[in-house]
Design a protein around this ligand. Structure first.
Ligand code: ADP
Length: 488
């Protein structure tokens, strides 16, 4: 009998289910797009029930379109969009509100309030994070301010998406999370590795609503709902960026990856060293396996691949994201223009809520191709900017950058990236690093393979070329960034 691991990759814009075999190769994948809800311009929400239903749909596709038998699936690994907040009634299973997505800025005012209270240094010291609407605690506070009568309701519980899916899959039996997801809530003490009473009091969040925190490789529970006869344990849960770090085999101190998805997420493995950043990076848990913690430093870029979506949907200069390369290749450089993609403010290392984007240096000769090229440069330069900060802060300098995510399909982007970093850029054969990370942790726990058996085939290694010119363009981009911030 064959043995498979089922990875659930619950992302911002879609849910994916990917089946891996014993050699960690993909045998089947199904995907379902999700509807995003924008009740107000800066609000981003989604229907938590739809998220769960999209998972059922994908699992249904798997059994309908393959002859895989439920008993061949040894374990499930869940990886998920982090920080996104769901609160629901544990008796009825009904969410009190839509899921508030990580990107949503609806808690800006609440965040400002806490900043004015002067508690940011305390929060930073305890959590390794900053006060920003990005993280879950202000989202929970927002929900309680909207539904104050629920504060005393003992049946209301909270979860990030991992917890919500686990609770649903176990038929409401298990209310748990893992250390990586917990470490993004602003309620988790990164030193003691537990929920923090003082932080809960600060955000006026009753501790009883929080899930139990487990290792990333733990017996999270078994599937209890009727799902085509699926009856297997859930043996891994891990936030998406940490899963990608594991999936990219960034297992040693200093190993670094970037995921070019909707946003960009750079993580560097700092092994057993917890570094509290002085320059706007986030300290986070990479994973905890069999009680042993590995830490990471993270730089989050709010706009990465979504800049290409804007070229497509906003400007209409390309028909599909893939066309961005072809259009950019029509010109030899960006013709002196630079793009600062601060559509929703700036993430790391600035955490500037007020900044908005700009295109500088336009002349009568500026063409759509220059804009496409400048957009790809902006994506690469945002990464360079953060890697410089990471290297300065950690004193670590990786030999190469591992890359994944939708936009890593763009070779021109990776060439620009390699040149401006003056480092090799390494792309793996397996495209789904995030799902692979979760599957591997589950597969290791299930005993399907050992850590020494994890193998990585590289699809391509991109070497730097003409770094001097690219670094000059980058310096111009940095100046434009300062000017744009001043404008805001
Ligand atoms: P997420 O998981 O955040 O939803 P994905 O990893 O699926 O995102 O990546 C999708 C993003 O990548 C989109 O924003 C899209 O514009 C961008 N993208 C996809 N293909 C390309 C490409 N060939 N060149 C540039 N950007 C691309």
């Amino acid at each position: 009998m064959k043995e498979y691991i089922l990875a659930i990759d619950q992302g911002t814009t879609s849910t994916r289910v990917i089946l891996f075999d014993e050699r960690q190769e993909i045998v089947y994948s199904a995907q379902k797009e999700l509807m995003m809800i924008y009740p107000e311009p800066s609000y981003v929400e989604a229907d938590a029930n739809e998220i769960y239903l999209s998972l059922l749909y994908c699992i249904g596709q798997l059994f309908q379109n393959t002859d895989i038998k439920p008993e061949e699936i040894k374990a499930i690994g869940i990886t998920n969009q982090r920080e996104t907040t769901v609160m629901w009634n544990k008796k009825t299973g009904i969410p009190i509100h839509n899921a508030i997505i990580w990107q949503s800025r609806q808690t800006s005012k609440i965040t400002e309030r806490y900043k004015e209270m002067g508690v940011e240094p305390l929060v930073k010291e305890k959590t390794g994070l900053l006060l920003d609407p990005y993280f879950s605690a202000t989202k929970i506070r927002w929900l309680y301010e909207r539904y104050p009568q629920l504060l005393d309701d003992e049946d209301i519980i909270f979860g990030t998406i991992d917890t919500w899916l686990l609770w649903k899959l176990t038929g409401g039996e298990v209310h748990a999370t893992d250390v990586t997801n917990a470490s993004r809530t602003l309620l988790f003490n990164i030193h003691t590795l537990t929920w923090d009473q003082e932080l809960c009091d600060l955000f006026k969040i009753p501790m009883r609503i929080l899930p139990e925190i487990l290792d990333n490789n733990a017996e999270f529970g078994r599937v209890k709902v009727d799902l085509f006869g699926l009856d297997c344990p859930i043996l891994a849960m891990i936030g998406d960026q940490q899963a990608a770090l594991f999936g990219e085999s960034c297992l040693k101190k200093g190993d670094i990856k970037n995921t070019y998805g909707t946003g960009g997420f750079i993580l560097v493995n700092t092994a057993d060293e917890l570094i509290i950043s002085e320059s706007g990076l986030l300290s986070t848990i990479a994973w905890r396996l069999d009680s042993k913690v590995t830490y990471a430093l993270e730089g989050s870029i709010f706009v990465s691949g979504s800049l290409i979506q804007w070229l497509r949907d906003g400007l209409g200069i390309i028909k599909s994201a893939q066309d961005s390369k072809e259009l950019a290749l029509k010109v030899k450089d960006s013709g002196g223009i630079v793009i600062i993609p601060a559509f929703v403010g700036l993430g790391a290392p600035y955490w500037d809520d007020h900044c908005r984007g700009s295109i500088l240096g336009i002349t009568r000769g500026t063409k759509d191709a220059h804009i496409a090229r400048a957009a790809l440069e902006a994506m690469a330069f945002s990464v360079k900017n953060l890697i410089d900060v990471i290297e300065k802060e950690t004193g670590l300098s990786a030999a190469d950058l591992k890359v994944d995510g939708g936009a890593s399909a763009n070779d021109l982007l990776l060439e620009i990236q390699s040149s401006v970093l003056n480092k090799d850029v390494v792309k793996k054969k397996v495209k789904e690093a995030t799902a692979l990370g979760a599957a591997r942790i589950a597969g290791l726990k299930a005993g399907l393979y050992k850590i020494e058996d994890l193998k990585d085939d590289e699809e391509s290694i991109i070497h730097p070329s003409d770094s001097t010119m690219m670094i000059e363009t980058y310096k111009r981009w940095k100046r434009a960034l300062e000017v744009t911030r001043m404008f805001a």
